[in-house]
Design a protein around this ligand. Structure first.
Ligand SMILES: [Zn+2]
Ligand SMILES: [Zn+2]
Ligand SMILES: [Zn+2]
Length: 381
């Protein structure tokens, strides 16, 4: 009886209410947590299934603090598309905007929530007020989630983004069996890897090729970007890639930072042959199982309607360009695709997109941009 009694929660016990929502807000749910259980420690997963279902280089999901999400009407489970990414895991994403919101473990019946979709946190400050003399400066996602361990980081060949996180994090690499798709990096490339690279989502419903930059014909990568200051330097043999921490990218991808690279439209083809005519954003938005969502006046984002992977970002002010989600690439050298991409390594904390991220989870974004800058200094020497 004692064990039964102790499992009954005290209705007067302090409780923190956490609301989660997707980018378009049609998926909204809440959960409550004991303040003493926060922050929830979680891990960064670098596995190929996470990369291919999100389009990012990793995911950061955490166990939901309560057994079930409580849907906030008019939202319900029906707003989510369910994708069985492996024998024992269902991944759920918003059918309208593509945000990955929850994973459900079929073996243990437990929910995992995206740490990127916290809309509000209520009750924590009051509790801390009463119990401690020092108030935390953070009242949002940072008070709810912290991260300690990299999972499947050896499976990414080049270390992926691990160097961009704080160095003290541990790595845990379960056997290959648990990430059966981990070997897909080098085995499914285009016939001529040196000229093209393949990109595809986890279910394979969206698949295309991207050619290398032509150092003579192509403008320096990223030249048509609004902010030319984004350019690290003009390495004309590689496409320009960067991390984005803005609220829209965070929510669209379901990860606090999304990785993109920029290409002219004629770099994207359905075969590894040169295109007869470049596809336009409308055609690319309709590729295979794609769905699209207009996240602002100028921006359309596309995602796979079956597995939820983020695919393209189009800005109508940059009509000749597309941004492509790096997590979809089959780079033989590793997930960072260093042979193909030139990464921006110095972020400006005052830039809107970085400021967004620092506001959402100052600790993670702060550590990440420091790690990125350190890595940049080492690799660019
Ligand atoms: Zn949505
Ligand atoms: Zn994973
Ligand atoms: Zn897919």
């Amino acid at each position: 009886m004692a064990s039964h009694l102790s499992s009954v929660s005290d209705p007067n016990a302090p409780s923190v209410r956490i609301v989660f929502a997707c980018l378009c807000k049609s998926v909204r749910f809440e959960t409550s947590a004991s303040p003493t259980a926060l922050p929830i420690t979680t891990h960064v997963c670098h596995c190929s299934i996470c990369r291919r279902t999100h389009g990012t280089l990793f995911t950061v999901n955490a166990q939901l603090p309560s057994p079930e999400p409580v849907w906030i009407p008019p939202s319900s489970l029906d707003k989510c598309v369910k994708y069985r990414s492996s024998r024992n895991l269902d991944r759920m994403f918003c059918g309208t905007c593509g945000t990955h919101v929850l994973d459900y473990g079929l073996d243990d019946g437990g929910y995992f929530v995206s740490t990127a979709i916290v809309e509000s946190v209520d009750g924590l400050e009051d509790v801390r007020d009463a119990s401690t003399t020092e108030l935390s400066s953070t009242k949002g996602a940072e008070s709810v989630f912290d991260v300690r361990v990299h999972v499947f980081s050896k499976h990414v060949k080049d270390g992926g983004t691990t160097a961009w996180w704080r160095p003290s994090m541990k790595c845990w690499d379960p056997s290959d069996e648990q990430d059966s798709a981990s070997t897909d990096l080098a085995t499914t490339g285009a016939p001529n890897q040196s000229a093209h690279i393949t990109a595809h989502c986890h279910c394979g419903g969206v698949r295309f090729f991207v050619r290398r930059p032509d150092p003579v014909k192509d403008l320096p990568p990223g030249t048509t970007l609004v902010a030319k200051s984004l350019l690290p330097h003009h390495d004309r043999t590689k496409w320009f890639a960067c991390n984005c921490y803005c609220d829209s990218c965070r929510l669209a991808a379901g990860v606090f930072v999304a990785q993109w690279f920029y290409v002219p439209l004629d770099a994207i083809t359905l075969t590894d042959q040169p295109p007869t005519a470049p596809m336009n954003p409308a055609q690319l938005s309709a590729l295979g199982t794609s769905k699209s969502y207009k996240s602002s006046n100028h921006v359309t984002r596309t995602f796979c309607g079956v597995c939820g992977a983020t695919v393209f970002h189009f800005d109508d002010r940059l009509a000749a360009d597309a941004s492509i989600a790096v997590g979809l690439l089959d780079a033989p050298g590793g997930v960072r695709a260093d042979e193909f991409l030139k990464w921006r390594t110095v972020e400006d904390p005052k830039e809107e997109q970085t400021a967004d991220g620092l506001k959402y989870h100052g600790k993670w974004v702060g550590e990440y941009i420091r790690g990125l800058a350190e890595w940049g200094k080492k690799t660019e020497m």
